[in-house]
Design a protein around this ligand. Structure first.
Ligand code: GRF
Length: 212
């Protein structure tokens, strides 16, 4: 059984999806940088240990990351899962958890790194958009890709409707990716590439829009 530590800053719906996937692993702790993160209440109700490490109480990113890393390490994590954790992490922190730190980003990386991904995708008129689970490296939103899910962008989409469609896929691929990494079915090899054992090949197409 592996130990998983989940970091959140807000509502924590991805954290919830991972908890509810009932993976054969231990959710050792849910840690937030904000005491008012909605997801903390859910974790407490599920009997999961929680902690708050407030970035406001530390003068520098380095100081915050040092305390945060110490709190995470107390739980001996095999995997550290960023689930809507809204802080940029220092290279030292990322190095400390190298190969054990993953994130979900609301776009098909490497397109649309950074913020306001849904708005930008709509403005560009792309017909497919989605989300990406990836290892975290010092280069923001650029780490090795573990899994991606795509959805169509519809003509009348707003950033909110598109976000809602993508969130459903996030809730599906994030628990899957966590499970694969914990079981060793998916791993990072020595050259920094993500490899999967026994992945099914499919020649299916994803086309958007769907027209008769
Ligand atoms: C998700 O859209 C995720 O892709 C992004 O932040 C959002 C977090 O939502 N990184 P939640 O807190 O998991 O509900």
């Amino acid at each position: 059984m592996k130990n998983i530590v989940i970091l959140i800053s807000g509502r924590g719906s991805n954290m919830q999806a991972i908890v509810e996937a009932n993976l054969p692993h231990r959710i050792a702790a849910v840690i937030s940088n904000r005491a008012d993160a909605g997801g903390l209440e859910y974790a407490v109700a599920r009997g999961i240990p929680t902690a708050v490490v407030s970035h406001r109480e530390h003068p520098t990113r380095e100081a915050f990351d040092t305390v945060l890393a110490a709190e995470i390490d107390r739980h001996r994590p095999d995997l550290v899962v960023l689930a809507g954790f809204m802080r940029i992490l220092t290279p030292g922190f990322v190095e400390h958890f190298a190969g054990r730190l993953i994130n979900i980003h609301p776009s098909l990386l490497p397109s649309y790194t950074g913020l306001h991904t849904h708005q930008r995708a709509i403005e560009d008129g792309v017909k497919l958009h989605g989300c990406t689970v990836h290892f975290v490296t010092a280069d923001l939103d650029h780490g090795p890709i573990i899994a991606q899910g795509a959805v169509p962008v519809l003509c009348d989409d707003t950033p909110d409707t598109l976000a809602a469609r993508i969130l459903k896929i996030e809730h599906r691929i994030y628990p899957q990716a966590v499970g694969w990494l914990c079981s060793g079915q998916v791993s990072l090899n020595a050259s920094g590439k993500v490899v999967s054992k026994g992945a099914e090949t499919s020649d299916g197409f994803v086309i958007s829009p769907v027209l008769e």
